[in-house]
Design a protein around this ligand. Structure first.
Ligand SMILES: C=C1C[C@]23C[C@@]1(O)CC[C@H]2[C@@]12CCC[C@@](C)(C(=O)O1)[C@H]2[C@@H]3C(=O)O
Ligand SMILES: O=C(O)CCC(=O)C(=O)O
Ligand SMILES: [Fe+2]
Length: 367
């Protein structure tokens, strides 16, 4: 793991102005970005990013089969036919562009404080890296938007109210869609409708979902090959619904041969990315997706990941219904904050951290 930024470099970088940059400075230059080639998603074949259509008329069994394949092989898919009105994403993007265009002093009032998750600034895992990413971010609990954004607009006002209304509309739509998607993912695992509706754990998971939003602005970059918008990682919660500008930038790592597949960004589609806790919940059957965001030489890009996961005090364990007959859970139970602690100590920011929660199989030697 590269050493964290020195305080001097961090201070210099904090004042960095993306808009006036003609080059990528050393503080933002990432080595190893092209260790694997980047490829466009194909229309068919092994690099075709799976598309799941929830639209009416589809055979539920066929939808479940498509979701199971996507979740097992990619840990990600594009979601269409979801019923969320197109205007919601357009309004969200407009408001986020306005937020990030505010004077630095307004945004810095909401700066993320050390040890805190919420606020304006670099994403939490950025402390692990010695280089800076080509992006601005803002993280907040989706249910607390009004309190959070008083930090940016202490006096309230029209801009504040409009921003909050639009984020709340997005939150309502995404939470409803997230609940539907939990059921679809469970059905794809082979759970019966009865179990999904009435199984105690299954119901608890659906009804207690919590949501965090992280707003990303990737400013146009004069040398896009030398910078990264968001370094490669897996998300740690259950799954993430990503709204993105019609500018591709999200990439998924595919193995054998290793390559970064760029996810298309058709208007109206959400990218769904499974996180590590869903991998644990399904006893390893579904995979979290290792992904990153690249930057664009001509255009800004905005993405709005909506992270869904369990409440902080809920222990997540492999679902009984996901175990093979007579099989044992492969992982011990963990809360989301406990898992973030485990992952924070691992060498990469990916699902390999789950290995630390693995239950030794019978017959394994104790060391
Ligand atoms: C809910 C969360 C997921 C996240 C950590 C966080 O508490 C809030 C921000 C999320 C984010 C966004 C950028 C990448 C990421 C790895 C990070 O550092 O912050 C993810 C975190 C995650 O999924 O673990
Ligand atoms: O910008 C994107 O499409 C991906 C964002 C992302 O992976 C994240 O914020 O965790
Ligand atoms: Fe992510």
């Amino acid at each position: 793991m590269p050493s964290p930024l020195t305080s001097l470099a961090a201070a210099a970088a904090a004042n960095f102005e993306f808009r006036s940059a003609e080059h990528v400075p050393e503080t933002h230059e990432w080595p190893g970005l092209h260790d694997h080639p980047s490829v466009e998603a194909a229309a068919a074949g092994r690099d075709a990013v799976p598309v799941v259509d929830l639209g009416g008329g589809g055979d539920p069994a066929a939808v479940a089969q498509a979701v199971a394949r996507a979740a097992e092989e990619w840990g990600a898919f594009l979601l269409v036919g979801h019923g969320v009105p197109a205007g919601v994403a357009a309004r969200v993007e407009e408001q986020i562009a306005r937020l990030f265009a505010l004077p630095a002093a307004d945004k810095d009032r909401a700066g993320r404080r050390p040890g805190e998750m919420n606020g304006y600034g670099r994403p939490p895992y950025a402390v692990r890296f010695s280089r800076l990413m080509w992006s601005e971010g803002y993280t907040f609990a989706a249910a607390a938007v009004r309190d959070e954004f008083r930090r940016v607009w202490p006096d309230g006002g029209d801009d504040y109210h409009r921003f909050c209304e639009v984020m709340e509309e997005h939150h309502r739509e995404m939470m409803a869609l997230g609940g539907r998607l939990v059921d679809v993912l469970f059905r794809a695992l082979g759970l019966t409708d009865e179990r999904i509706a009435a199984g105690e754990t299954e119901r608890k998971i659906r009804e207690s979902l919590t949501a965090t939003m992280h707003l990303n602005l990737y400013p146009r970059c004069p040398e896009p090959e030398r910078a990264i918008g968001l370094a490669a990682h897996t998300d740690s919660g259950f799954f993430t619904l990503i709204t993105q500008s019609p500018v591709p930038g999200l990439q998924l790592l595919r193995r054998g041969p290793d390559r970064w597949v760029t996810v298309p960004a058709p208007p109206g589609a959400f990218a769904v990315v499974l996180g590590d806790l869903f991998q644990l919940l399904t006893n390893g059957r579904y995979r979290s997706a290792f992904h990153r965001a690249v930057v664009n030489g001509d255009r800004d890009r905005i993405s709005v990941p909506y992270f869904l996961g369990p409440p902080p005090d809920m222990k997540v364990a492999p679902l009984a219904a996901a175990l093979p007959p007579g099989g044992k859970p492969a992982f011990r139970s963990v809360t989301w904050p406990e898992y973030l602690g485990v992952k924070g100590k691992a060498s990469g920011f990916d699902a390999s951290a789950l290995a630390m929660l693995q239950v030794p199989e019978e017959g394994d030697k104790k060391v």
